[in-house]
Design a protein around this ligand. Structure first.
Ligand code: DHB
Ligand code: FE
Length: 280
C-alpha cells in the first residue's frame, strides 16, 4: 500500500535556484540560507521517498492568463524545466508517476473535488527550486514527482480551508493506491513576501512564526484564516502559504516536527522551512 510518511514546506525563491546553478551558495549572503537545508538533505537521503506530491504554483510559465486552473494535477510521464525568460534551469527533467497521478485524479475528482488534468506542461521555479534545495545538483532527481498546481496568482485564489481539504483528499487517495510506495507531500511558496507596489519587500517575522505554530499544532483553525489577513499581514505573495495547508491536510492531525528553520533575508521572501512526520 502507498503511504504518506512526511510533509515538507519550503519557499521556492527563484534567486535561490540561480545561486545554486551559478555556484554561489557559499557566498556570505546565501550561506545562512543553505545552512538551514543541510539537515534536510541528510534527512531526505535517509527517508528515501519514492514519490513527492509537490504542491506549488505556476508563475505564468505553463499557464498564461488565458487559462488559469484553480487546482491542476500533472499526469505526464515527465515535465521539462520551464524557460522563464533566461533559458530553462540546468536541472534534470522531472519524472512523473503517471499511474499514481491517474489514481489521484480519479479518487479526488470522484470525491467531488475538481482538478484540471494536465498531460503536458513545463515546470517553473515553483517546483524545481524546492527539489534543488532538498536534493542539491544530482544527474537525475532521485524521486518521481506529481505536480499539483494551485492558482495563487490571479484573484480569486482558493481558500486555505479548500487547500486543507484537498490535502485530506490526497491522503485518502494515496491510502487507497495498491502499490508499495513511500510518498511525501510538499507545500511550497511563502512565507511573508510582497513583490510589487508600495509595500514591496514586506516581511512579517512575528506573524510568520505564529502561522508556523498554527500549521503544526492547530491547522484546522489556521485553515479558516481569510485571504485578507494573508494579504494584510504577509503581503500579496504571502497568499502562497495556503499551499502549505494542502501538505498539512495530507498528514495526521498530530505531527512530529523533525526540522524547523526561519531566515531573513533571501531575495524578497522570508524563508520558512519545516519537515513534519506523522505521529499517532
Ligand atoms: C520571489 C519569491 C517568489 O515566491 C517568487 O515566485 C518570485 C520571487 C522572491 O523573493 O524574489
Ligand atoms: Fe512564488
Amino acid at each position: 500500500m502507498a503511504t504518506i510518511t512526511a510533509g515538507v514546506a519550503t519557499p521556492h525563491i527563484p534567486a535561490i535556484g540561480a545561486a545554486i546553478d551559478n555556484g554561489r551558495s557559499n557566498e556570505p549572503y546565501w550561506k545562512p540560507v543553505f545552512a538551514g537545508y543541510e539537515f534536510s538533505k541528510r534527512w531526505i537521503s535517509e527517508a528515501r521517498p519514492d514519490v513527492v506530491i509537490l504542491v506549488y504554483n505556476d508563475h505564468a510559465s505553463a499557464f498564461s492568463l488565458d487559462i488559469v486552473p484553480t487546482f491542476a494535477i500533472g499526469c505526464a510521464e515527465r515535465f521539462q524545466p520551464a524557460d522563464e525568460g533566461w533559458g530553462p534551469r540546468p536541472v534534470p527533467v522531472v519524472e512523473g508517476h503517471a499511474e499514481l497521478a491517474a489514481h489521484l485524479a480519479q479518487s479526488i475528482i470522484q470525491e467531488d473535488f475538481d482538478l484540471t488534468i494536465i498531460n503536458r506542461m513545463d515546470v517553473d521555479h515553483g517546483l524545481t527550486v524546492p527539489l534543488s534545495l532538498l536534493f542539491g545538483q544530482p544527474e537525475r532527481w532521485p524521486v518521481r514527482v506529481i505536480p499539483i498546481a494551485v492558482n495563487v496568482v490571479l484573484y480569486p485564489p482558493p481558500s486555505g480551508n479548500r487547500c486543507f481539504a484537498l490535502g485530506k483528499a490526497i491522503r485518502r487517495a494515496v491510502d487507497s493506491f495498491d502499490q508499495d510506495l513511500n510518498v511525501q507531500v510538499w507545500g511550497t511558496g511563502g512565507m511573508s513576501h510582497q513583490l510589487q507596489g508600495p509595500r514591496a519587500g514586506l516581511i512579517n517575522r512575528e506573524w510568520d512564526n505564529r502561522w508556523l505554530d498554527g500549521l503544526i499544532e492547530d491547522p484546522e483553525t489556521l485553515a479558516r484564516m481569510p485571504h485578507i489577513e494573508y494579504v494584510r499581514e504577509a503581503g500579496s505573495e504571502g497568499i502562497e502559504l495556503v499551499m502549505w495547508l494542502t501538505m498539512r491536510g495530507a498528514l495526521n492531525p498530530k505531527v512530529r516536527t523533525v526540522h524547523r528553520f526561519y531566515h531573513v533575508p533571501a531575495s524578497n521572501t522570508a524563508v520558512g522551512h519545516v519537515i513534519l512526520e506523522n505521529a499517532s
